[in-house]
Design a protein around this ligand. Sequence first.
Ligand code: CU
Length: 355
Amino acid sequence: MTAFLIVLVIILFGITVLQMAKIFGMSKTPEQLGESSEIASDKDNNINGWLMLMFVFVTYAILIVSFWKWGEVLLPKAASEHGQGIDDLWLISMVLIFFVGFITLWLLSYFAFKYRGNKNNRALYFADNDKLEFIWTVIPVIVLAGLIIYGLFTWTDIMNVSEDEDPMIVELYAYQFDWRARYSGEDNTLGEANVRLIEGANQLGVDTSDPNAQDDIVVNELHLPLGRKILFKMRSQDVLHSAYMPHFRAQMNCVPGMITQFAFTPSVTTEQMRLDEEVMGKVSRINSIRRKNSIELMAKGEEALEPYEFDYLLLCNKICGTNHYNMQMKIIVETQEQYDAWIAQQATIATSLNK
Ligand SMILES: [Cu+2]
């Protein structure tokens, strides 16, 4: 250890000496210095100036190409009532960011180019300008305050669930690495549950003696009736997960030991979404990739891929372990009648666990 420290001190001392030599060199007058390769010549300044200008155009070009080439992978229209609010907020923020970014990037690069070093130019001594500083402080303050206030209003609007809306209560249960949904049944009240009660078929640890739990229904495919407000109660069995339903613009963390919630009203059925032009375009692009891969697979004697059909998904958006990427559950939005017919066929806790 001592030897290491001594070596370290010697190295640091060497660096100090080198740095000091450099500083003394820089403090020499031009006459003492003569022509030195350490000092930028007008040729160097020209090259750097033009590079700065090219940088801004290359950045703009990359931006345009990215939008043109990958714009189609963005999410389709929102499938929930509050979704439009999120999309508007997103759009306004992005337009502002791109507008300001576009201008500031241009100013930065263009000024670096315009005022590139030149032996015949002298720098202007410019202390400050109160008016200019006032303008560039006040404008961002107003814009940011407006954005934040608008965002807060949108957030409270989405997160406040009033009793009169009479939301349907559904539990989303996350575990490594899958989801289960628990419908609260006729009474619209979930029975008590605790991970300590997990045993055998009682995968979610539902308290089977709780009267409220008797009509609860546990499923691995989420069906939602169109136009009905759903209040999701999230639980996690093991680690942090995040219930992410991108088409509904909804996301909430699932935290072990506590219940979090998020509510939304589905506004587009799965059938309707499949007929949406944008979604149909995505599906056909995905299927053309799958067809190409299928040809390769069949050449190797393997099975071809099934054609893809659009479905809403519940995904996990917290890196929760090795199979996180595949932690998903299908969501089907359907009419009230279709939903009623489906739920009537599902087994309640009373029939499946308390036989
Ligand atoms: Cu997860």
